[in-house]
Design a protein around this ligand. Structure first.
Ligand SMILES: *Cc1c(COP(=O)(O)O)cnc(C)c1O
Length: 368
């Protein structure tokens, strides 16, 4: 572990490369790979991640919002980029940056066709999202006739792919539900083919889908969390390497006597003499208050130091009574040997939320 002297998110591109190759080994050689880099590359460094994935041979990138796709284009990324959740206010910018929208409703499809008409564009690549059970975004199966008619009557758009998204791909108890989603997508595909003669490409699986529903790969898979080193099962976690390590340093050490309190609202009262360390990161850096009060812990020289009292905006205080350490020593929150999943669980959340919460003021250091 490199020592940086401040709160730092270290991002390891060789771990990313390992995870990419591992996930590729789980899909057929003809299946394309869409790398999901939304939310700053799951809280890491979106541009550095996208550049590496482009060099590694990813086929597509996906972001949530238009703004994220624009940032990738401005950084020189030339791969096709899917915008999963575009808004009409950004259609002009989306088109100007050659991004592909996921069109998920009548309003969005019609709005996009209008934007293309104004710009006199034809055969612009778009993807169509179908809701097969997640009930979040997408056309319903009952709207398929309308969709097929819209595709036939609007030469401004050319459908490159149709897609859907599983609601519980990581949950073995919901296998039947997931299979039902896949069956619905297949029915939609069949009717598409009957009506229009030929099918666009298709994709449906996220990281856990790649692992659990291999037969539904279709033409492409979409992976996010797996690339960043988390697999939603212990076996996958063993095979993947977390790419990000959140670390900091000890700012100050205090001796606290029995009966004294620590931190805001006197949330921790010491029953016996304790040694505490104050760390320079808090809820404004992405470690929220839910990890306080003894729930979350950090590693100092590989030993666990629990967070005591309330998490402050810019500071956290940990109990180091049993740890031999000094001011300036390094501290790890999560990383390759300290699972972000396990840390997230102490705050009743999941790695996805913890990773993407790390704010911009935390210095990113990208290592090859
Ligand atoms: C974020 C997202 C993904 C990536 O999911 P992971 O579980 O991180 O692999 C895939 N598809 C859609 C539609 C998403 O929103």
């Amino acid at each position: 572990m490199a020592k940086f002297g401040e709160t730092t998110l270290e991002i390891n591109l060789s771990a990313l490369s390992h995870n990419f190759q591992y996930l590729k080994s789980k899909i057929a050689s003809g299946t394309k790979f869409m790398a999901v880099v939304k939310a700053g590359g799951y809280g890491s460094d979106m541009v550095a991640i996208a550049q590496k994935l482009e060099a590694l041979g990813a086929d597509y990138l996906a972001v949530a919002y238009t703004k994220e796709g624009v940032a990738l284009r401005e950084a020189g990324i030339t791969l096709p980029i899917l915008v999963l959740h575009p808004q009409p206010i950004h259609f002009k910018s989306l088109i100007a940056h050659q991004l592909e929208p996921s069109l998920y409703s009548k309003r969005i499809l019609e709005g996009f066709v209008d934007a293309l008409k104004k710009l006199e564009k034809e055969s612009y690549p778009v993807q169509l999202k179908f809701n097969t059970g997640l009930n979040r975004l997408g056309f319903h199966e009952e709207e398929l006739d309308w969709v097929l008619n819209a595709v036939q009557s609007n030469p401004e758009i050319k459908v490159s792919y149709i897609l859907s998204h599983l609601a519980a791909s990581e949950d073995e108890n919901e296998r039947d539900f997931s299979q039902n989603q896949i069956d619905t997508f297949l029915r939609i595909s069949d009717r598409w083919k009957e009506t229009l003669g030929k099918l666009p490409g298709r994709h449906m699986l996220n990281t856990s889908g790649i692992i659990n529903f291999s037969s539904a790969q279709f033409d492409m898979v979409r992976s996010g969390i797996g690339l960043y080193g988390y697999g939603n099962t212990p076996e996958e976690d063993k095979a993947l390497i977390p790419i990000a390590r959140l670390q900091t340093v000890i700012s100050q050490i205090h001796q606290v006597s029995a009966g004294e309190s620590v931190g805001y609202n006197r949330a921790f009262i010491s029953e016996q003499p304790k040694t505490t360390a104050t760390l320079p990161l808090g809820h404004a850096d992405g470690i929220s208050r839910q990890y306080g009060q003894g729930k979350g812990y950090v590693y100092i020289h590989r030993q666990k130091a629990p967070i005591i009292g309330n998490v402050c905006m810019d500071m956290i205080i940990v109990d180091i009574t049993l740890i031999d350490c000094k001011e300036g020593d390094p501290v790890t929150f999560y990383g390759p040997n300290a699972s972000a999943d396990a840390f997230a669980a102490t705050g009743d959340t999941i790695s996805y939320e913890l990773l993407t919460a790390i704010s911009n003021r935390v210095t990113r250091v990208v290592v090859p």
